[in-house]
Design a protein around this ligand. Structure first.
Ligand SMILES: CC(C)(COP(=O)(O)OP(=O)(O)OC[C@H]1O[C@@H](n2cnc3c(N)ncnc32)[C@H](O)[C@@H]1OP(=O)(O)O)[C@@H](O)C(=O)NCCC(=O)NCCS
Length: 167
């Protein structure tokens, strides 16, 4: 199997990661109300320039080609709230061609290790409904059922958390 490598995202990745995110998030359609989902997809699929420039958002490459992306921030998605010791998983996606190869797991391990080294003791995540088993397999546990605002819509999601002090 080809090796997965991780590098920080850059502003230049905007277009290629937006394409990757669109391909990945389009696959979620069956899990959501189709009408609402179509309207929300453009918001979900746009690589966030602030995340790309943050230094804590990453691209996973296989043979030099972007296979997945994801990162973390101290700002809570949506309202930007910052609480000392708390981090937030941001915008994870694996291209459909590369799912179940361990791409997102590698990205997540990288993010959790970096966050712990930066003094984060609790990592939060607003998981899409189908991604819940992925985060659960990594040790995250459900906190609550929530709705995430995407443009004018609110998409059902699962708030999850993991304690990094025990790892
Ligand atoms: C969720 C997602 C990022 C997982 O990416 P991935 O690279 O395929 O995940 P990995 O291969 O690293 O999976 C690691 C483990 O997570 C679990 N897992 C991943 N996808 C799963 C699925 N669809 N069903 C059940 N368990 C799953 C498994 O335990 C897996 O290990 P295994 O393959 O050895 O059994 C990917 O499916 C995706 O992009 N989904 C659409 C976008 C999305 O919902 N993103 C999350 C935003 S919060």
């Amino acid at each position: 199997m080809s090796e997965i490598s991780i590098r920080p995202a850059m502003a230049d990745d905007q277009e290629s990661l937006s394409t990757l995110l669109a391909a990945s998030y389009a696959g979620l359609k069956d899990s959501y109300d189709p009408h609402g989902f179509d309207a929300a997809l453009p918001y979900m699929a746009r690589a966030n320039p602030r995340l790309l420039a943050s230094g804590t958002y990453y691209v996973a490459e296989i043979d030099g080609v972007a296979a997945g992306c994801g990162g973390w921030s101290v700002e809570k998605p949506g309202n930007g709230e910052i609480i000392a010791g708390v981090g937030h998983i941001r915008h994870f996606a694996t291209h459909p061609v590369h799912v179940r190869k361990g791409v997102a797991r590698r990205l997540l391990q990288h993010c959790l290790a970096e966050a712990r080294d930066a003094g984060i003791s609790t990592m939060m995540c607003q998981s899409t409904l189908p991604a819940e088993p992925f985060y659960r397999s990594a040790g995250f546990r459900q906190v609550d059922k929530i709705e995430v605002e995407m443009g004018t819509l609110a998409l059902p999601a699962i708030e999850m958390r993991i304690d990094l002090t025990a790892r």
